[in-house]
Design a binder for this molecule. Structure first.
Ligand SMILES: CC(C)(COP(=O)(O)OP(=O)(O)OC[C@H]1O[C@@H](n2cnc3c(N)ncnc32)[C@H](O)[C@@H]1OP(=O)(O)O)[C@@H](O)C(=O)NCCC(=O)NCCS
Length: 340
């Protein structure tokens, strides 16, 4: 007897996007003294002018819940419709239970699949791929995909390579069935030989068997800036080109490019190397949001659609890359004008 799979394969699309940015805006001027830097240097090297940091009483889950509520409402759905919650993050401070279960509980989503994905700044694009494949195969009908971070809890404010780069926020999308291809094949990959180029320090890698974990210090994010920069500029441009080619579209059929908001110079270099035409709208949310790791692509998507509403329903290249080193991306149709 052969196994019967009751679920027919179907197409998928992003139905909506929601975003939450903490109220506190942190200008470069607040950070420069401790790292002997300047507003001008930071803006020139990264494009970042301001970023949002959550308050002490504002948790990662608080932000994720707010972004999710908006995404679910804009999809014209309720919590009862969601059967999968995927949470991409590297800053949930508990190993288990997962951040996705906290959000599901607080939103009143019952009996859903719920799990977290740790793929750092590529986490949202990984999660979109997983959710789309779940909906496509019938494992799920409506999947809530969250990318959220409270990186300010894991920053060393005296570190000249990170303190001004990272920031907090949450973005979410709902992925559901579609009558056409709204999400292309996701390309996922890694360069694990460079896995320590960005990492939390101390990390599990530092712990020898028998070490007293209770005596270790709170981890902070560390990066080898130039190594990450070179990898992103040279390797990720090739990935972006491959994703576009695989989607069957030509670069001039892409309306928007929404890369991980790592550094504005990386964004510019990727767009140039991929030979994206002038007509392609490029997300530059980094200027006022900083690098929010897994939250950056949905936050940038939300901001771009608010600024350029004519992009609703148009094709966009999403591209995430970061610690691991890992990357993922896909061509998607941007969500339609919200139902509510
Ligand atoms: C972090 C980053 C901005 C640093 O810029 P950089 O040009 O690589 O800086 P370097 O470490 O090579 O230092 C260059 C000069 O700037 C100085 N410098 C370094 N950090 C500085 C800071 N925060 N403020 C002012 N000057 C700084 C150095 O002292 C050095 O000065 P010198 O030329 O007089 O010796 C850059 O490497 C970067 O953005 N990398 C990618 C990071 C990223 O995107 N991470 C997320 C990926 S998910």
């Amino acid at each position: 007897m052969s196994i019967k799979n009751s679920a027919p394969m179907r197409n998928t699309q992003i139905l909506s996007v929601g975003a939450f940015r903490p109220a506190r805006v942190v200008p470069n001027s607040e950070l420069v003294e401790r790292i002997d830097s300047s507003d001008e240097w930071i803006q020139q090297r990264t494009g970042i002018a301001t970023r949002h940091w959550a308050g002490a009483d504002e948790s990662l889950a608080d932000m994720a819940v707010e972004a999710s509520k908006i995404a679910i409402k804009r999809a014209g759905l309720t919590a009862a419709d969601i059967d999968t919650v995927i949470f991409a993050t590297i800053t949930y401070p508990y190993q288990t239970p997962s951040a996705s279960t906290e959000v599901a509980l607080r939103l009143g989503i019952e009996n859903s699949a719920a799990f977290d994905i740790n793929a750092a700044c590529a986490g949202f694009c990984y999660s979109v791929g997983v959710a789309s494949d779940m909906v496509r195969s019938g494992t799920s009908t409506y999947a809530l995909v969250i990318g959220a971070e409270k990186i300010s809890d894991f920053l060393d404010l005296d570190d000249r390579a990170t303190s001004f780069i990272f920031a907090d926020g949450a973005g979410a999308v709902v992925i559901g069935p579609s009558d056409h291809v709204g999400i292309g094949k996701t390309m996922m990959g890694s360069d694990v030989s460079n896995r320590e180029a960005i990492s939390m320090v101390p990390s599990w890698l530092d712990y020898k068997p028998g070490a007293n974990l209770a005596q270790t210090s709170w981890p902070v994010i560390h990066q080898e800036g130039q190594k990450v920069f070179r990898w992103a500029v040279y390797e990720i441009a090739k990935v972006g080109k491959e994703i576009i080619a695989d989607s069957g579209l030509t670069p001039d059929e892409i309306a928007a490019f929404i890369p991980h908001q790592a550094n504005e110079r990386i964004i510019d270099s990727l767009a140039k190397s991929m030979e994206l035409p002038e007509s392609v709208a490029i997300a530059r949310d980094i200027r006022t949001t900083g690098n929010t790791s897994a939250a950056s692509v949905p936050l940038a998507m939300d901001a771009l659609l608010a600024e350029r509403p004519e992009l609703h329903g148009k094709n966009a290249l999403l591209l995430g890359f970061g610690a691991g080193l890992v990357y993922a991306g896909q061509v998607v149709e941007l969500p339609p004008v919200p139902k509510k």
